[in-house]
Write a protein that binds this ligand. Sequence first.
Ligand code: PEP
Ligand code: MG
Length: 594
Amino acid sequence: MARTVVNGISVSTGIAIGKAYFLNRSMSSRLPRQTVPSHMVEGEKQRIKKGFSEAVVELEAVRAKVPEELREHQLIIDSHLMMLKDPKLQKSSLKYVDDHCINAEWALEKAVNDLEKAFGALEDKYIRERMQDVRQVALRVQAKLIGGEESLRPVQGRVILMAHDLSPADTIELEVNKLMAFVTTLGGKTSHTGILARTLNIPALVGAETLENSVVDGDLVIIDGLSGKVLVDPSDDELEHYYTLQNQFEDYQRTTIRTCNLPAETEDGYRVQVYANIELFEEVAAVIDNGGEGIGLFRTEYAYLNRMDLPTEEELAEKYSELAAIMAPRKVTLRTLDLGSDKFMTHFGPLDEANPAMGLRAMRFCLKHQDLFKTQLRAILRASVHGNVSIMFPMICGLKEVLQAKSALARAQQELRDEGVPFDEQMPVGVMIELPAAVMIAEILAQEVDFFSIGTNDLIQYSLGIDRTNPHVSYLYQPLHPAVVRSIKYVVDAGHRAGIGVSLCGEVASDPYCLPILMGMQIDSLSLTPQAIPGIKRLLRQLKMPECKQLLKEVLGCRTVSRINRLVTDNIYKKYPEELMFFASLLDNEDIAG
Ligand code: PEP
Ligand code: MG
């Protein structure tokens, strides 16, 4: 038996067996990154100097304790001491504070990043590896600055990453090729950490509340991303069982991927489009490899995170055009910035909001920052010359916002026309339906746009009043709550009555238990994480429309979510047990198991 079992919420399926690596519990994502007013610049510089000298004193004390037989360690410490005393790293950190008015921790981080880039470009492997030492030295200083006990270390070998929390900004800085899985204490079913894990195709658990008390660095752990468990220090029998399960899972993935390019149609020929959701340009290969028929949601805000400055129109236009060109003739839907909530731009910093999810987010933010919005609109329009680009506005709550967004788009179009810059005059314009208000006025909104895309991650959050990142209420995150099912149906029907297409791009689209119901509604397209496409397509190809419609009818007659979950799981589990074994579902685990 394992020493301990930690329960979490599975947000990405699969099995991983390996050593735990804790991203520093006290620093890591808590590393403060702030701009400071000019009168504080001198103070920040003093902190850097103090941090360095304290780290020297600490390291000298450590060196004095190293026994003679461990002379090699002494040499390493000596080299670290030399680096700490060398003025270069300190000087470039101080310069960052001066030039950019940023806090000490951030300035040091940036100075180290610069060095890392320079080292990374060198041919000599030995010299490149010395970068590890520089990072360790810098982390010792960071620990002094923050006042924490532990220091950040670089990831060694492949590990299972454990963290208190990972923000979207943190996750894009991770050394992703070294991660076998990740587990966080915080987070809910559709927090962005899960989205990243599925993109990387590694198992992940969030909301593992007892994690930090139960696991220490270097523990052997099994991550069961099928049932949402971490087995700490497993027995030989458990290891054997999980190695077998891991092989079965990999077999399933291999066979599924073989059929991923077959059309997404039910057994009786009802055809839908299956698109992919991506955040980073680098994921395009995964979209194509997994049989995605296009990109149904490109979360453009990720390109704005982790940088001081704002991307220029030129830079954005180039990236979007490259994306459109690679995907053509497949469709590419660019969602305009969804900043705010849990995604902050360094340039603006977090806003002082008690409830950021209900704050100045997404469309609201863009309409307040028209210049920023216009830069993006012009870049999107320029990429539209490829003829396969659509634009989509997030978090719409009323008609006025749609009209304002469309006016901004029309102004950008006129500018480009005047400048003689070509773009697609017919580029489709859509809105995300992710607020209950937008559901209720779907008929009105449908008159103004070419398509709808239902964002169930937020729609569930706002309909049921549950913070999607809060593990304490994740048990209430119910995609098949009668209110949610009815909302989705209402939007699909309203869209169809107005003659526009309706897509669904929340995580519900990759949940096998929800699929027959969506098909029963005659949804036009689904957009999901690339790695889930093969499995969803495979299941879809076995469904029959009359059965889906019948199931939907019964579901609409149910009064409680547990009744719906039971109905759906019974129905689909009986028919396709082997299809479901390796899916992480959004549904309540108990309902599925029962
Ligand atoms: C959604 O809310 O369902 C959605 C797809 O958008 P995001 O997850 O980026 O908020
Ligand atoms: Mg959303």
